[in-house]
Every structure is written in C-alpha cells, then in structure tokens.
Design a protein. Structure first.
Length: 154
C-alpha cells in the first residue's frame, strides 16, 4: 500500500451485502470479505468487509456514512432475517481518525433520532473468508436481500 491508501473494516450484517455497496464507491481500490473480533478462529467473529481505499479520492467518512445508510445500526446481533452475533454492527478502526470520525457519525445519527448499537473496536486480526464468499453478488448477479440504502445524512 502506498501512503494515500488506507484500510477500514466494517461489520453490518451479512458481508455479501455490505461488500456489494462499499466496493462501488469511487476511490475504493479493493474489498475482501472475512471475519474479525472473535475469541476463536471463526465461530464468534463478525462478518466483516475489508476496504482498501485511496484517501486522495474518497474519505473514510464518506465510506462510513454509506455503511450506516445500508444497514440498520440500531439492531443488535442481527440484520434483517440474519440473526446471530456474527451479524452485529461494528467498525474495526485502524487509525485514531477513523475512531473519532465513526464516533462523530454515531453522535450525529443519535442527535437526529436514530438508534445506534454499532460498536467501535481497534482492528484485530482479519481472517479472509473462503473464496466463494468474495464478491458474491457480482459473481451471482443477485441483489442484496437485507441491505438497502436509506439516506440518513444530509
């Protein structure tokens, strides 16, 4: 990675839908789905999307805003029909700026009446998911079943 590239990690339900939306942001270089934040190698981890982006073309804030708009951050350990702590809402930050920006967006959402249960956690080890999970909706031609965009920021 060069000095304008940055990594960010988002958990917001099934990683297929989160990746579908985040991979198409201008300035996003690559995405990869995987697991983070558990106490054993896979079962207690959240489904996560790793986003590598060029911060000279887009910002962490713009990506995080879209993240909050494509899932319900008020739901705890679920997203739509998907239930379990692997579907929790969590941002795994890699920099102090990502943490502060995320907290600011959470505060903004709460001030406008939104419930937010999203956790902020320093990024632990990222475990890539199996290949068949990568770019799932691009490969299958299907659309996300539990992620839709709902404008929450002005």
């Amino acid at each position: 990675m060069n000095n304008t590239h940055e990594k960010a990690y988002f958990a917001g339900g099934c990683f297929w839908g989160v990746e579908y939306y985040l991979q198409n942001i201008e300035g996003v270089i690559s995405t990869q789905v995987g697991y983070m934040g558990g106490t054993t190698k896979n079962p207690t981890h959240a489904e996560v999307v790793e986003v590598i982006f060029d911060n000279s073309k887009t910002s962490f804030q713009e990506i995080a805003k879209l993240f909050f708009e494509i899932h319900d951050p008020g739901q705890i350990n679920r997203q739509g029909p998907d239930i379990g702590d692997q579907y929790r809402s969590e941002i795994f930050y890699t920099t102090e700026n990502q943490k502060l920006t995320s907290q600011h967006l959470i505060d903004t959402l709460r001030q406008t009446g939104h419930q937010v249960a999203t956790k902020l956690t320093k990024a632990p080890t990222f475990w890539p998911a199996e290949q068949y999970h990568q770019e799932y909706y691009t490969k299958t031609g299907h659309l996300p079943y539990c992620h839709t965009r709902k404008k929450k920021f002005t």
